[in-house]
Design a protein around this ligand. Structure first.
Ligand SMILES: Cc1cc2nc3c(=O)[nH]c(=O)nc-3n(C[C@H](O)[C@H](O)[C@H](O)COP(=O)(O)OP(=O)(O)OC[C@H]3O[C@@H](n4cnc5c(N)ncnc54)[C@H](O)[C@@H]3O)c2cc1C
Length: 330
């Protein structure tokens, strides 16, 4: 394997140490390229910040990287098992990763080189893979009171909400999982749902559970409704019936997350202007409209964050590294 030069020049710089960034590093290592992963948080930072009781919808083999077996005794692995798996991949393969080092900008350094500036250093490379995911920026509702301490855009553990009145906004998997868990730990849950029903993409084995809990009234749900204002002791919601004030202790706004589009735009990556903000890339190589800048993983979907996930985007690693190797040889 070629070794990094003292001036921090690499064959490949990978931005983001999530599952897909790790897949890219494994592939680069196999091809004898010198690479480094730059990760702003802990290892697999997004997964680490998922709800504590989170279970994947994929079976473990679908989450495997480079066919390294992911052994789980559960039909669908739990968060802790996934953390264990990805951590062991990094440590056993001695993958080169700098943690708690945020990439602030990627810009042209001339001569087909990119300069990557982080909170700690600068690096150069002809090839930069952006695998920064989507979990850092919530879709804000932009309503008064959203910044109160009782409001959270991330859900952690149900125990916190026991014997408390909690409003859960959203109707997708995250919102449904939180509502069910909190209800089962003795919380008083009301779901506020913008549409007429629970989302169609909710896991098929969870959907009957939430529908039945709502039908029997164990979990309250107000459909075709939106939050108008969040206040210290209550929340104002609005629906066809007009405004309604609900007594409330905690609000969980689980309305999804979005990639850092500004970060992409600053490095010159074009986004589709149809509202979906899909970054421009060649689907054969994953190279963006900026030569030498590649996109990998969930970030490729723009605002459609359900489109790419570990299962179907782990292949990006091979596609990208093959293209880079091809360029190096030609
Ligand atoms: C609750 C939940 C359940 C899910 N279940 C499944 C499932 O069962 N199966 C499945 O296939 N997928 C599942 N997904 C989706 C899956 O977790 C994501 O698709 C996956 O994490 C994508 O991997 P990634 O490497 O592209 O992005 P991420 O895992 O988000 O990794 C991106 C990394 O980039 C880092 N980063 C961001 N910006 C910077 C920066 N400027 N500098 C340095 N580092 C940066 C972040 O800290 C993060 O560690 C689930 C998602 C959620 C939220």
């Amino acid at each position: 394997m070629s070794t990094p030069k003292e001036d921090n020049t690499y064959d490949i710089i990978i931005v983001g140490g999530g599952p897909i960034g790790i897949a890219c590093a494994l592939e680069a290592k196999k091809k004898g390229l010198n690479y480094v992963i730059l990760e702003k948080g802990t290892l697999v930072n997004s997964l680490y910040n998922y709800p504590s009781n989170m279970t994947f919808f994929s079976t473990s083999e679908k989450l495997e990287l480079d066919e390294i077996p992911f052994i789980s005794t559960n039909p669908k692995p739990h968060k802790q098992e996934a953390l264990e798996y990805y951590r062991r991949i990094v440590t056993s393969n001695h993958l080169k990763i700098h943690l708690f080092e945020k990439v602030e900008k990627v810009e042209s350094a001339g001569d087909h080189l990119h300069q990557v500036t982080t909170t700690k250093s600068t690096y150069t490379s002809k090839n930069v893979i952006i695998a920064t995911g989507f979990y850092d920026i919530p879709n804000y509702l932009n309503v008064p009171g959203e910044d109160l301490p009782k409001v959270a855009h991330y859900y952690g553990d149900p125990h916190f909400y026991a014997i408390q009145k909690t409003i859960v906004v959203g109707a997708s998997n995250s919102a449904v999982d939180a509502a069910l868990e909190i209800y089962r730990k003795g919380g008083d849950v009301t779901m506020i749902v913008r549409g007429p029903a629970i989302g169609e993409r909710v896991k098929y084995w969870v959907k009957p559970d939430i529908d039945n809990r709502i039908d029997e009234g164990s979990i309250k749900a107000v459909f075709n409704a939106e939050i108008k204002e969040i206040r210290e002791n209550d929340v104002v919601i609005t629906s066809k019936e007009g405004d309604q004030v609900l007594e409330n202790d905690w609000v969980l706004l689980l309305t999804g997350y979005r990639p850092n589009f500004e970060f992409l735009k600053r490095m010159g990556i074009k986004l589709s202007d149809d509202g979906r903000k899909i970054p421009e890339y060649d689907p054969e190589t994953m190279e963006s409209n900026v030569a030498g800048l590649y996109l990998a993983g969930v970030i490729c979907g723009g605002v459609e964050t359900h489109k790419w996930f570990i299962e179907n985007s782990r292949v990006h690693a091979k596609m990208i590294v093959e293209d880079i190797v091809h360029k190096v040889k030609s």
